[in-house]
Design a protein around this ligand. Structure first.
Ligand SMILES: C[S@@+](CC[C@H](N)C(=O)[O-])C[C@H]1O[C@@H](n2cnc3c(N)ncnc32)[C@H](O)[C@@H]1O
Length: 202
């Protein structure tokens, strides 16, 4: 039995291809997706501010999904769904083309060592997949503390069908990782906003 389901009915949805149904995405004009929501503060805040939108959080750590599903239940938010999965697999398997309005990822794991760079999420291949799942005019926001990862992501973007805005920003998201960095006197982060201008086939 999936005990997480009983914590908050309908919040945690299975990433299993066979039980997934596009009904999960139905009835929402605007769908926002947060990748790697961690302790879920930003997802919960945005969902509270926009009750008319559907928010889908994708997080690969089961413990975080369980923890956040309890928080969602305690706030009676019925516009959040959580998927325990790697983002790449979830977008590839569960979302149709042109279905999502906004995707964001705050402080994604930068995998700083060269030998680990293959684990970095925002490769050209992944950005093309994200492009395909976004609606025309949709956007994806990435905020990182790592200058190295920021420049690496910018090098992945040219053929992914986006117009790009980017630059340094001040702290403004109040997530767990933003606070961790602030405690260590990091006050500048890097923002990449990708606006879909062209549909990429996957
Ligand atoms: C550095 S933490 C940031 C958490 C949160 N966004 C914050 O700002 O506090 C990165 C999060 O992304 C999750 N994550 C890393 N790679 C992922 C992937 N491929 N798919 C989904 N989640 C991922 C990790 O489990 C972790 O919770």
């Amino acid at each position: 039995m999936d005990t997480r389901k009983s914590l908050c009915k309908n919040t945690v949805i299975s990433a299993d291809r066979e039980t997934w149904t596009e009904e999960h995405l139905k009835d929402a004009e605007t769908i926002e997706v947060e990748i790697g929501f961690g302790s879920g503060e930003y997802l919960i805040r945005r969902a509270s501010e926009h009750p008319d939108r559907l928010f889908i959080g994708i997080e690969k750590k089961p413990g975080m999904v369980t923890e956040v599903s309890k928080r969602v239940a305690s706030r009676n938010l019925d516009n959040i769904r959580l998927i325990e999965s790697c983002a790449k697999t979830a977008f590839a398997d569960l979302f149709p083309a042109c279905s999502v309005s906004r995707i964001y990822s705050l402080f994604p794991d930068p995998w700083p060592k060269r030998k680990h760079s293959k684990y970095r999420l925002f490769s050209t291949e992944y950005l093309c997949l994200v492009n395909n799942r976004l609606k025309v005019g949709g956007e994806t926001l990435i905020v990182t503390d790592s200058a190295d990862y920021y420049h690496w992501i910018l090098r992945q973007t040219p053929d992914a069908g986006f117009e790009i805005e980017h630059g340094p920003i001040t702290p403004q998201f109040n997530t767990r990782f933003e606070r961790i960095w602030l405690e260590q006197d990091f006050n500048t982060f890097f923002r990449i906003l990708l606006k879909k201008t062209q549909q990429i086939k996957t």
